[in-house]
Design a protein around this ligand. Sequence first.
Ligand code: SAM
Length: 231
Amino acid sequence: MSMPPYSVSPVGILHSCFKEKFAIPRQPQLAPAARGILELLPPFNTGEAVAGLEQVSHVWLIFLFHQALEDKPRLKVRPPRLGGNQSIGVFASRATHRPNGIGQSVVRLDKVETGRLHLSGIDLLDGTPILDIKPYVPYADSLPEARNAIAPQAPQAIAVSWQAAARQSAVQHAQRLQQPLCELIEQCLAQDPRPAYQQPDAQRRYGVRLWDVEVHWHYPQPGHICVLAVG
Ligand code: SAM
C-alpha cells in the first residue's frame, strides 16, 4: 500500500556557531560550549508555544539535514565512526544521508525568550530548519541498560595544545563575541574532525570557521592537535 507524501514545515531556524559541516561533533553534548539560538517562526514566536518550557533543562530537536538531502534513498551508509570503509544499514546508523533527511539531537536549553531559545551542546549547522521541539523526559529518555555495540561510548578525545599567539587571539575573539570560543575550539578539535582515512603529515594545515573566526591547526604527531592560528 502506498501512502501519499507528507509535507512538513519548520517551526524555527537555528543560528549556530557551526558555519560549515567540517568539525561539527558527531553527536550533541560532545562540545558543551557549542551554542546557538533557535529563532521561532510565526505563529510559534509569540511566547505561547514555549510557555512552561523554562521548567525543562534539555530539549529534543527534530530537524532537517538540509545540507545533505538526496533524491534517492540510501540503504547502506559508511559511518565515519567506523573509519568510512565499513558499510552498515542506514537504520543502524545516525548518518546524515537518510530517508526524509530527519535528524534528532538532545541539547541543553539555557534560556527561553519570546521567539528565541538559547541552546548549547549542539551538533547542528547554521541555518538548520527545526521541525519540532520536545522536552527531554529523563525517566523515559534515559535508559541505563541500553546498549549499542556499534558506538559503545563517546569517541576518545585527543590532546589539543595551542601556539601562544593563537591562544591570545582566541581569547580576544571570545571577548568580542561574548562566547566561550577557546572551550569550543578545544572541544571540537578534541573530537578529531579529520576523516579517519586521512593520515595527515605534520605539514598539512586544516581549517574551519567557528562563529566568524577562522581556526587553523595541524597534527605535530599522531593523536595530538596543535592550534596554529585563530583570526
Ligand atoms: N544528533 C543527530 C542525529 O543523530 O540525528 C545528528 C547526527 S549527525 C551524525 C551529526 C553531523 O551532522 C554533524 O557532524 C554535521 O556534520 C552534520 N550536520 C549537522 N547539521 C546538518 C545539516 N543541517 N545538514 C547536513 N548535515 C548536518
